[in-house]
Design a protein around this ligand. Structure first.
Ligand code: RNT
Ligand code: ZN
Length: 418
C-alpha cells in the first residue's frame, strides 16, 4: 500500500470508532507550539555568558553547536523546515543582538535588540514568545535575584523584567500574535534556609512592581513558572509550586507548569484540568524529566500523551499555551528540536483521534471495565498513518526520511563549525 492508501484505510478504521480523521488533521494544523530557541546552543545566548547558573545545566558536548545569531538562525530554519505546521519561536532575553561591539545591559534591553528575531518569525509566519533571563549573570547574587534582600539587586531585575514586557509588546505588535512572557528565576538556597517567607514576600513584591509598568493584556500574557528544586538549590526554592500558582491566580496572570519541575511521582497531566477549573489560561513547558529536571528531549511517551489528552479533552486548545523546554547537548541539537516538537504534535494528534466523549460517557456510567478495555485497544490504532498524512500535506518528510536531511546538514554545515 502506498501512503495515500494507508491513510484511507486508517481513516476508515477511525470512522468505525466514531473519529473523523479529517477533523483531527484540521485541528492539528491550527495548533501553534512555541519552539524554544535555547536548545540550539545550550542556553548560551549571545552575551558571551559564562557557565549556566540558577540550578540548570546542560550536559554533553556534541559537535556543531551554534555560536552566533547567524548559526542559531540557520539551525532554527532547518528545524522549522522539518516540523509540520506553523508555530511560534520562544526567545530568551540573553539572545539579544546588538550592534557590533555593543555591550547590552540586561536592564537596558530594547525592542531593537530583537528586530532580527522579528524578521525570522515573519519569514516563517511564526509568532514569538519571550523570557526574561534572570540567571547566569553577575547580578544573580548569592543565588537570588528578584527575591534578593538587597533592593539594588531586586531593582536591577525589576528593570530587566519591565524591559522584557516592552519587548513582548513589540513582538505581539509585529507578529500579530499574543506574546507569552514567562518569568522564571532559580532563586533559592543550597541548604536549609533560616527564612522561607521573606524571599517569597520580596519575590511577589518585585513581580508586582514590574507588572505595575502597565501593558496591553490582550497582547502580552505574563506567566510565572514554578520549580521544586535545582542543582545547587536543593533545599529551598523561592518560586515553589504553591507560591507561583497562588501568585499567578491572585494577580490575574497565567500559571506556567514545566513538567520537569515536580516530584518524580507527580504528573502535570493531572494538574492541567485542576488549574483549568480556576484559570482562564494556563501555560506549559513540555520536557522530559528523568529522575530529576534533566531536560531530556520530549519523547512520545505516556506522560506527554496524557498531558496532550487533557488539553484536548478539556476542550482547552485555546486556553493552554504550549511550549517546549529542554536542552540536550549530547545529540545533534537540530534533531533534538525536531524530535521534541514532532512528538508533542504526535501526542496532540493521538488525543484528537481518541473518541473522548464516548470514553467519558463510559466513566460516568461507571463502566470501568469497558473503559479500560477500549483505552488499551485504541493504543494500537493506526495513528502513524494519519501522522504520515499530516506530514505529507505539510510538505515535510514523514517517518524516518527527515533524518537524512539532518545527516546532510550535519555534513555540510554543522561539521564545518570548528
Ligand atoms: C528552568 C526552567 C526555565 C528554563 C529556561 C531556559 O528549570 O525550566 O524555563 O529552562 O528559562
Ligand atoms: Zn521551563
Amino acid at each position: 500500500m502506498n501512503q495515500n492508501e494507508r491513510y484511507l484505510s486508517a481513516k476508515e478504521m477511525y470512522a468505525k470508532i466514531g473519529v473523523d480523521t479529517e477533523a483531527a488533521l484540521a485541528k492539528l494544523q491550527n495548533i501553534r507550539i512555541s519552539m524554544h530557541c535555547w536548545q540550539a546552543d545550550d542556553v548560551h545566548g549571545f552575551e558571551g555568558m559564562g557557565a549556566l547558573t540558577g540550578g540548570i545545566q546542560t550536559t554533553g558536548n556534541y559537535p556543531g553547536i551554534a555560536r552566533n545569531p547567524e548559526e542559531v538562525f540557520a539551525d532554527l530554519d532547518k528545524a522549522l523546515s522539518l516540523i509540520p505546521g506553523t508555530h511560534k519561536i520562544n526567545v530568551h532575553a540573553n539572545y539579544a543582538i546588538g550592534e557590533p561591539g555593543e555591550v547590552i545591559e540586561r536592564d537596558k534591553l530594547e525592542p531593537r535588540h530583537f528586530a532580527k528575531w522579528v524578521e525570522l518569525a515573519k519569514k516563517h509566519g511564526c509568532g514569538l514568545d519571550f523570557n526574561p533571563t534572570i540567571f547566569s549573570h553577575p547580578m544573580a547574587k548569592d543565588g537570588m535575584t528578584l527575591s534578593h534582600p538587597d533592593k539594588e539587586v531586586r531593582d536591577y531585575w525589576v528593570r530587566h523584567t519591565i524591559a522584557c514586557i516592552r519587548i513582548s509588546e513589540y513582538f505581539a505588535t509585529e507578529t500579530g500574535y499574543p506574546c507569552v512572557m514567562n518569568i522564571w528565576t532559580g532563586d533559592g538556597t543550597k541548604d536549609i534556609p533560616a527564612d522561607r517567607m521573606g524571599p517569597r514576600a520580596r519575590y511577589a513584591d518585585s513581580i508586582d512592581r514590574a507588572l505595575a509598568c502597565g501593558y496591553d493584556k490582550s497582547k502580552v500574557y505574563v506567566t510565572v513558572e514554578s520549580k521544586v528544586f535545582g542543582i545547587g538549590v536543593e533545599a529551598y526554592t523561592v518560586g515553589s509550586g504553591e507560591f507561583s500558582l497562588c501568585y499567578a491566580i491572585s494577580r490575574g496572570i497565567t500559571p506556567l507548569m514545566d513538567n520537569g519541575h515536580y516530584h518524580p511521582t507527580e504528573v502535570v497531566s493531572d494538574k492541567i484540568p485542576a488549574l483549568l477549573c480556576f484559570s482562564d489560561k494556563i501555560a506549559l513547558h513540555i520536557t522530559r524529566p528523568i529522575r530529576w529536571d534533566s531536560d531530556h528531549v520530549v519523547a512520545f511517551d505516556d506522560e506527554t500523551r496524557e498531558m496532550m489528552k487533557e488539553v484536548v479533552r478539556c476542550d482547552a486548545l485555546d486556553r493552554v499555551f504550549l511550549s517546549t523546554d529542554y536542552f540536550d547537548a549530547s545529540i545533534n541539537r537540530v534533531s533534538a528540536l525536531i524530535i521534541g516538537m514532532r512528538n508533542v504534535q504526535k501526542a496532540l494528534l493521538n488525543a484528537l483521534l481518541t473518541p473522548n466523549e464516548d470514553l467519558k460517557a463510559l466513566q460516568d456510567a461507571g463502566n470501568y471495565s469497558r473503559l479500560f478495555a477500549l483505552q488499551e485497544e485504541y493504543k494500537l490504532m493506526p495513528l502513524g498513518d494519519v501522522w504520515a498524512e499530516f506530514c505529507v500535506r505539510n510538505n515535510v518528510c514523514p517517518c524516518n526520511d527527515w533524518y537524512k536531511e539532518i545527516e546532510k546538514y550535519e555534513d555540510e554545515v554543522l561539521s564545518k563549525r570548528v
